[in-house]
Write a protein that binds this ligand. Structure first.
Ligand SMILES: Cc1cc2nc3c(=O)[nH]c(=O)nc-3n(C[C@H](O)[C@H](O)[C@H](O)COP(=O)(O)OP(=O)(O)OC[C@H]3O[C@@H](n4cnc5c(N)ncnc54)[C@H](O)[C@@H]3O)c2cc1C
Length: 229
């Protein structure tokens, strides 16, 4: 798949196009690091934007939830959906109010989500979903039984039409503001795991498993260094 395939007329950035990325590896680094995404869809003309987990497996995004979920039912009926993922890397403080900004990496994916129905495919998809969120976790826990599988909806959204937008770097003050006394710079922000907290009902003697001990927020190696503003 080429960068031209992901960039369509609908996903081509018009505003600050130099911040755009369309290559799969750039988009996937952001999707894999973002802890949450937002799923947008319209029902009877009313747009909804619902926060949810999503997991990339290959060239698809998986979404999962209760079979009773209105969101997943609606999105799984083949209606157009939009998934966005956002990582905030810093607050950009300029010398003027106007040029304050945010360093961020975000992705927008457009398409139609399909339900994963076959029980075997569903089991595999759920396993891969869990491992995409916490690598190795599926091997440490009881797999879903048939009743739980029936109660779970899984949707697959092919990543065929998408864009990323990335801002990094210092503020972009106006030349004639550089002499002002106001401090300017960036407050970097990052998401990182703290020490795991055992469930109060956890039996004695159960050690922290490798998936938890080894959990790291996957930080992209900032593949793109695009110039501000
Ligand atoms: C970080 C995060 C991760 C999540 N991950 C998942 C996931 O992987 N799978 C999953 O099924 N659910 C997840 N949820 C919950 C998800 O946002 C929905 O609440 C849930 O899917 C139920 O959707 P529904 O359409 O059935 O809700 P309904 O109860 O049918 O929604 C009815 C109305 O309730 C309101 N509503 C629903 N959800 C929210 C919300 N989160 N915040 C505020 N108002 C809301 C909206 O107005 C909506 O139109 C997550 C939520 C968060 C914040």
């Amino acid at each position: 798949m080429t960068r031209e395939r992901l960039r369509t007329d609908r996903t081509r950035l018009r505003r600050y196009p130099k911040r755009a990325a369309y290559a799969r590896e750039d988009l996937y680094a952001i999707l894999d690091e973002a802890p949450v995404c937002h799923l947008g869809f319209a029902v009877e003309g009313q747009p909804y934007v619902i926060p949810t987990l999503c997991a990339r497996v290959g060239d698809a995004l998986y979404l999962h939830g209760s079979a009773a979920s209105r969101t997943l039912r609606a999105a799984g009926e083949g209606i157009p959906v939009c998934v966005t993922a956002t990582i905030v890397d810093g607050l950009v403080l300029a010398r003027s109010a106007f040029f304050h900004s945010v360093n961020y990496r975000s992705v927008v994916v457009l398409g139609r989500a399909e339900p994963v129905d076959d029980p075997e495919e569903k089991t595999l998809a759920l396993e891969r979903f869990i491992d995409a969120v916490v690598p190795g976790r599926s091997q440490e826990v009881r797999a879903a039984d048939r009743r739980e599988l029936r109660a779970t909806s899984i949707l697959r959204l092919a990543i065929d039409e998408a864009s990323a937008k990335i801002r990094n770097g210092p503020p972009s003050d106006r030349e004639d503001d550089l002499a002002l006394d106001a401090w300017s710079g960036v407050i970097p922000l990052e998401l990182r795991p703290l020490d795991p907290v055992p469930d109060p009902t956890l039996r004695d003697g159960i050690a922290v498993p490798p998936s938890v001990a080894g959990y790291r927020v996957r930080h992209a190696a900032h593949p793109l260094h695009l110039a501000g503003p």
